[in-house]
Design a protein around this ligand. Sequence first.
Ligand code: SAM
Ligand code: ZN
Length: 393
Amino acid sequence: MTVGFPVEEVGEGRARILVPTLDESCGEPEQRLRSMAPVFYNPVMKPNRDTAVLVLRAHQKDLGRGVDACEPMAGSGVRGIRLALEVDEVERVVMGDLSPSAVKLGELNAERNGVSGRVSVRLLDANLLLSLHCYPGGRFDYVDVDPYGSPAPFIDTAIRSVNNHGVLALTATDMAPLCGVSPGACMRKYGGKPLAGEFCHETALRLLTGALVRQAAVHERAATPLFSYYSDHYIRVYSRLDKGKRRADGLLAQMGYLKYCPRCLHRMASKDNKAESCESCGSETKVAGPLWLGEQADPVYLSRMLEDSEALDYLVGAKAVALIRTVRDEHGYPPWFYDIDAVCSQLGVRSMATEEALTRISKAGYRVARTHYGDRAIKTDASIDELKKVFGG
Ligand SMILES: C[S@@+](CC[C@H](N)C(=O)[O-])C[C@H]1O[C@@H](n2cnc3c(N)ncnc32)[C@H](O)[C@@H]1O
Ligand SMILES: [Zn+2]
């Protein structure tokens, strides 16, 4: 089988995948060449796919039986093929794409990796493919929506195509709306106001999680976050979908707003969206939301994923593993982080090494942790006024 354009083989996880050869002679930057290629493959997203493998492995172990998965926007097919190769007892992976070249390449890659009996590729719109599986017996244990830009147009059908207790994974790369550069687009896609600045990547994650929790509740299902993170140019949320009005209501009760004072950096969670005077300095606060205020991950689930990752030699030292460890240790903190440099600059003091900041905060009696949002981003139960005393003293 030929695909009609030049390809080369790359290795990722246990898969060997044919991907389009990029014509570097035209001088365009690599990212642009990738977006122009006949089929999409981005090696930068390998850690994203590594986490998918680890989540589905954990889920399969929970279920203790054969599982199936759907990847309705599959590109080269690398993700679905890796799931079939690297997760035990994967009986069926249904992949789809709107591009005939992607479907052809996905089929060829499935065949070359010896999984074509379990992996099929359909030339279908993602919403149509997911809709075809929205009935008892047709649903999947795991659905992975990995689009260009926003997953919002696919959230409803994705929820409906996941089994009870199944896992839904969403990637969003539309960081401009989610981080407050285009608030109108954020409101349209995610039904909430974003917050530009210091901790915008965490509010982005909470806006996407909130949109999922609300849409799942429409179907009387609870979308509990298992693992969520920000990385490079995207955010990612893995949630378990359980049937039940009460459970759905329990999650809706964890929706709310974040209020932020750009003048003194005070921040607080709130159940209302009134822009009020900052309780620390009296300036007007900015409001983000409605968004998810609850935990972004399940630390027990993440510990099991970490333990399991040791069985996969090719994941030793992988970026995905370090990421999971850091996200696990962020559990139990308020729904925001502080940027050490922003706090020091506000105070007019010289900035300090992250390690020194952590030591000072914990010596002062507060809980504190590094975060995956950046080297200088920390979570603590200290308020901004308490933090300023610790940094200023
Ligand atoms: C970001 S790429 C997917 C990358 C892939 N999941 C991976 O891990 O390498 C998005 C893919 O979605 C496909 N696509 C875009 N709109 C679609 C739609 N409405 N339905 C199905 N596929 C679509 C594109 O052709 C492209 O291959
Ligand atoms: Zn203030």
